[in-house]
Design a protein around this ligand. Structure first.
Ligand code: PMP
Ligand code: GLU
Length: 397
């Protein structure tokens, strides 16, 4: 008997999110009693800071929470976001140019839906965060992947962008600091990209979700701040998930030109409506409250970063560049003889250590895995020891 369920063909090229799939598998193994260390999803292991939870409690006690809000977020929140982003990007952003959504992932989804006509191209430097190409495809666009080189510290070059532009190119995604490589663009690299963006009349989708997580002498440089010509072509995507350990609250936001923000709000108004009211209240507390928690968590990530890189480099045949931002190490495992995806699967199945294979981030060459160091030092020590022992005792399948 034929089934009445026929899945829409627009889903044919779409893969499930591998970061979430690995995380779910790790959680299941853990529930089954296996000692799992998850370096899978990029998610701070810290609890949401106390003053944010206090603000939420106070708001619940006061009442008036639990109704629909304005679709794009309550005005005090949009004002707080506009003030923060204006300071960071040296712009004068108004609250009406801000749309709050259910995580930066939702912001990006709305953005591609609002922006792309069938066949419109979006340049995506690889290695990339797993969801960009699939979101572009869901919106009917065509992801054009630009493979960066380890020798360039995984930064896309202006030359690559120029070469990749076609009459259909609409935008480039700039994820700085980068998930999965931890690369942070230098000022010179940002300025070179800014130049080509104006020359080719592209939009820049500036995904700055890790902008507050940079280490050592690395600094975040805003492309929007380079010149007014670049600013008017830049769409800022940001959120509280990574900076304030608020992944589960699901708040992200976009700031950009009014027609685009209105178009995205129309999509949101016909799909999800407002992001959860109490999460919006929590976000106001995060953005306007004391900021010491951000520095404390950054310091902890930095220590773990150095520890993880040191331990990875101590494993024979594993090479690791120093990540400058976000919370991912992206070691080169080519010389171990393992294919990266097979190694990631074998590590989880045999040692309980969850990682993500590099090919899922769009690099054609095999040979890298991603480990999130947003995990305790104790877990990092334990898991890297297991990984070293596994590689010493097991040859590639
Ligand atoms: N952009 C990048 C590069 C990310 O790694 C993530 C993590 N999920 C997001 C956007 C979305 O974050 P969220 O939806 O939790 O705000
Ligand atoms: N961005 C994180 C990651 O890459 C969280 C999971 C996701 O949304 O992809 O692991």
């Amino acid at each position: 008997m034929s089934s009445p369920i026929k899945i829409a063909s627009r889903l044919d090229p779409i893969k499930p999110s591998i970061t979430l799939a690995v995380t779910a598998k790790a959680a299941k193994l853990k529930a089954d009693g296996i000692d799992v260390v998850s370096f899978g999803a990029g998610e701070p292991d810290f609890d949401t800071p106390a003053h944010i939870k206090d603000a939420v409690r106070a708001a619940l006690d006061k009442g008036g929470i639990g109704k629909y809000t304005e679709v794009g977020g309550i005005l005090p929140l949009r004002k707080a976001i506009a003030a923060e982003l204006s300071a960071v990007h040296k712009l004068d952003i108004a609250a009406e140019n801000v749309l709050v959504s259910t995580g930066a992932k939702h912001s990006l989804y709305n953005l591609f839906m609002a922006l792309l006509d069938p066949g419109d191209e979006v340049l995506i430097p690889a290695p990339y965060w797993v969801s960009y190409p699939d979101m572009v495809m869901l919106a009917g666009g065509r992801p054009v992947v630009l493979e960066t080189r380890a020798e360039d510290d995984f930064a896309v070059t202006a030359h690559q962008v120029r070469e990749a532009c076609s009459p259909r190119t609409r935008a480039i995604v700039l994820n700085n600091p980068s998930n999965p490589t931890g690369a942070v663009y230098t000022r010179a690299q940002i300025e070179a990209l800014a130049k080509i963006v104006v020359e080719k009349d592209l939009l820049v989708i500036s995904d700055d979700i890790y902008r507050q997580l940079v280490y050592g002498d690395a600094q975040y440089h805003s492309i929007a701040a380079v010149s007014p010509e670049v600013a008017k072509r830049t769409i800022l995507v940001d959120g509280v998930s990574k900076t304030y350990a608020m992944t589960g609250w699901r708040i992200g936001y976009t700031a950009g030109p009014l027609p685009l923000i209105k178009a995205m709000a129309k999509i949101q108004g016909q799909s999800t409506s407002n992001p959860t009211h109490i999460a919006q209240v929590a976000t106001i507390a995060a953005l306007t409250g004391p900021q010491e928690c951000v520095g404390e968590m950054r310091k902890a990530f930095d220590e773990r970063r150095l520890e993880m890189v040191k331990l990875l480099r101590a494993i024979p045949n594993v090479k690791c560049r120093e990540p400058k931002g976000a919370f991912y190490a992206f070691p080169n495992v080519k010389k171990t003889g393992w294919k990266a995806k097979e190694l990631a699967t074998a590590l989880l199945d045999n040692t309980g250590v969850a990682t993500i294979g590099g090919p899922d981030f769009g690099i054609l060459g095999e040979g890298y895995i991603r480990l999130s160091y947003a995990n305790s030092t104790e877990n990092i020590l334990k898991a890297l020891d297991r990984m070293g022992q596994f590689l010493a005792s097991r040859k590639a399948a």
